[in-house]
Design a binder for this molecule. Structure first.
Ligand code: TTP
Ligand code: MG
Ligand code: MG
Length: 428
């Protein structure tokens, strides 16, 4: 007599060996805002936006109420968006604020028009990093194979974790969600799927505080109706191009022949798009995630013009390159894709990059290449922001003086690079 299902940890008599691949993507809900609400619980349920530099009224708030517990500061004492004037940008907003149409990356002045009553708090990165480390430690206590994907998200391999297969991963997802909430007071959303690509999409399905389970069979019903833009790696540019070719949904993308996609997007991207549209992705969950790019950017005090403010702009540009070079050297990396990011006075953005033969972490070299990138942008409009980014990174000690043929780190793939734009843009 065989032992059958009853003594197996896996459903349907499945052995550990044949356990199906279950990958989770966990993303914290309204992360910066939720961390702020831990110290100001009186703001819960209210529209709150986080962004901009610390202002005199923020200091007043803290000083006037220093003798009180922060949780007892009356609502009237909090600064509102109304009347905001300045150049700050929203990092995130509570779900209550999102109902008014405000959200990440929007200028605070625009947000003030949409939701003047929203409470405005300045960013406190140190606090967010503390909670970022805390929630990740809780995850690895339960499921050790975790990949850090930035301040508020991780991938977790559920496949071999006890209970990781139950209800397609829902039981373990619930356990992790509860442990994070019990120990930090923060909520998160989790998607569990056969791979990272689908898990990342699934984690958004039931936000906030939700869980979504996706199986291979769900591709047609749950994934194909979505817009192509929902695929992590299809950015605004590729999306525009797809739209111009008449492709809006993932289903439409999946209808295309591999060869046709390669003709339009090149071998690498075309093949990747084809696989993604069919829900295929075999990237492993890696414990140590290397940074894919290192960048610095600055928003000017006033808009600058490339010709009229040439000297000032040049000095800022050089400083950014020096800072990026310093970051690279301190962290032990060199890169060979140098890029710039500009935002014009009308908030429109543009990026340019160039990949060179040799890896570098040298400020002058970066400045030279970034300068060439800048020449490829029409600069008649005034600028409000300038950024410099170095990507295609390798560990500098793993390179032979950064020679071209040094093995690139495994992270330097098209897809990882796209992931990192999201991650590093949060660090700007
Ligand atoms: P997200 O996970 O994209 O957003 P979120 O956690 O605020 O909200 P959601 O519930 O939709 O996941 O980003 C995590 C944090 O990164 C966010 O709290 C603030 C920061 N961030 C920025 O600073 N700028 C940005 O443009 C974005 C998108 C995020
Ligand atoms: Mg989040
Ligand atoms: Mg996130």
């Amino acid at each position: 007599m065989t032992c059958g299902n009853t003594c197996s940890r896996y459903p349907h008599g499945m052995s550990a060996k044949s356990a199906i691949r279950r990958i989770a993507h966990l993303d914290m809900d309204a992360f910066y805002a939720s961390v702020e609400l831990l110290r100001y619980p009186q703001l819960s349920g209210l529209p709150v936006v986080i962004g901009g530099a610390r202002r005199p009224q923020d200091e007043t708030l803290r000083q006037t109420h220093a003798h009180q517990a922060l949780a007892r500061i009356p609502l009237e004492a909090f600064p509102r968006l109304q009347g905001y004037s300045g150049r700050g940008v929203i990092t995130t907003a509570t779900y209550a604020a999102r109902q008014f149409g405000v959200g990440s990356a929007m200028g605070l002045m625009k947000a003030a028009k949409l939701c003047p009553q929203a409470i405005l708090l300045p960013v406190d990165f140190a606090e967010y990093r503390k909670y970022s480390r805390a929630f990740k430690a809780i995850v690895t206590d339960i499921a050790p194979l975790m990949e850090d994907r930035g301040v508020d998200e991780v991938y977790i391999d559920f496949t071999e974790v006890p209970g990781g297969q139950r209800e397609g991963g829902r039981v373990l997802a619930r356990l992790i969600q509860k442990a994070i909430f019990d120990q930090t007071g923060l909520t998160c959303s989790v998607g569990v799927a056969p791979n990272k690509l689908l898990a990342k999409m699934a984690s958004e399905f039931n936000k906030p505080n939700g869980i979504a389970i996706v199986f291979e069979d769900d591709l047609i019903g749950k994934i194909w109706p979505l817009a192509c833009r929902k695929i992590n790696g299809i950015g605004p540019k590729s999306d525009e191009k797809l739209k111009s070719l008449g492709i809006v949904t993932i289903a439409q993308l999946a209808e295309q022949e591999l060869q046709w996609l390669i003709e339009h997007f090149g071998q690498k991207t075309g093949a990747w798009m084809f696989a993604a549209a069919h829900g295929r992705d075999d990237r492993p969950v890696v414990l140590e995630s290397e940074p894919v790019s290192i960048s610095r950017e600055t928003t000017f005090e006033r808009d600058l013009h490339a010709v009229r403010d040439k000297a000032e702009l040049g000095a800022i540009f050089t400083r950014l390159c020096e800072q990026v070079a310093g970051d690279l050297q301190r962290q032990g990396y060199a890169g060979k894709t140098i890029g710039i990011k500009l935002r014009f006075d009308d908030f429109k953005g543009v990026t340019r990059d160039q990949t060179v033969e040799h890896y570098t972490a040298d400020a002058k070299t970066i400045r030279g290449i970034a300068g060439q990138c800048l020449k490829r942008v029409p600069l008649s409009q005034r600028l409000r922001l300038l950024g410099v980014r170095v990507a295609s990174l390798v560990k500098s000690d793993s390179t032979d003086k950064f020679k071209e043929n040094s093995p690139p780190a495994p992270v330097a793939t098209a897809q990882a690079a796209t992931d990192s734009i999201v991650t590093t843009s949060q660090l700007f």
